[in-house]
Design a protein around this ligand. Structure first.
Ligand code: URA
Length: 232
């Protein structure tokens, strides 16, 4: 028997089992479709690659975060950025406006970027998950698993010289570790060969606005600036 006949038979038996246990309705969610080779823009054409990733995300229903979101927050900034910032996921302001880091944490991030002589237009900013987790909770493992491949493709498209991971969820996702931000911050690590500097999330800095924390973040960002300057 062919593979597709096996799959049809397995599906039929699964649906019949669901019927027996009382399931009357099934919600069909769109399956991610791999782009064909002809549809993939050439490596190096970052704007086209980013546009293709956005198109693949579409009106995403792949995980439960779609239920309460207003806008998908894809990412913003310079497609040719040498430095990329990665946060965890949109908050209420970002969900309303469709742009990452536009609320209070965003104002703080803008200050952090300016402190190393750059602006938002020089860098690229994205998040691990593109839809707002309800009540600003951390994204859950299934949500990160579903959404992070899009972030990874954004990083591949932009190919920055360094990445700053803002807070635990971003650092854990990029570095594939369970270690928390307290032990990761300030030490270079790497994502697929790209240097990653984990630092505190600007929202944490706003909550714990101590001289030590501000100095730590400034040191991390200066190290990131030096790294991209060296690589130029
Ligand atoms: N916090 C994040 O991690 N990302 C945003 O876009 C806003 C707040």
């Amino acid at each position: 028997m062919s593979d597709s006949a096996d799959v049809r038979r397995a599906l039929a038996s699964w649906v019949s089992y669901l019927g027996e246990i009382g399931v009357r309705e099934l919600e069909l969610r769109e399956a991610p479709r791999a782009p064909s080779a002809a549809e993939v823009p050439p490596a190096g054409d970052a704007p086209a690659l980013l546009a293709a990733i956005r198109e693949d995300i579409g009106d995403c229903r792949r995980c439960k975060l779609c239920d309460a979101r207003t806008n998908i927050v894809f990412g913003t900034g310079n497609p040719h950025a040498e430095l990329m910032f990665v946060g965890e996921g949109p908050g209420a302001d970002e969900d309303a406006q469709g742009e990452p880091f536009v609320g209070r944490a965003g104002q703080k991030l803008n200050e952090m970027i300016r402190a190393i002589g750059l602006t938002r237009k020089d860098v690229y900013i994205a998040n691990v998950v593109k839809c707002r987790p309800p009540g600003n909770r951390d994204p859950q493992p299934d949500e990160v698993g579903t959404c992070s491949p899009f972030l990874f493709r954004q990083i591949e498209a932009i190919n920055p010289k360094a990445i700053v991971a803002l807070g635990s969820p971003a650092a854990k996702t990029l570095l594939g570790t369970k270690a928390g931000i307290m032990s990761l911050r300030g030490r270079w690590a790497s994502f697929r060969g790209i240097p990653v500097m984990p630092t505190y999330h600007p929202a944490y800095l706003l909550r714990a606005y101590t001289v030590e924390n501000r100095q730590a973040v400034f040191d991390d960002l200066k190290a990131a600036r030096a790294r991209i300057d060296e690589a130029s």
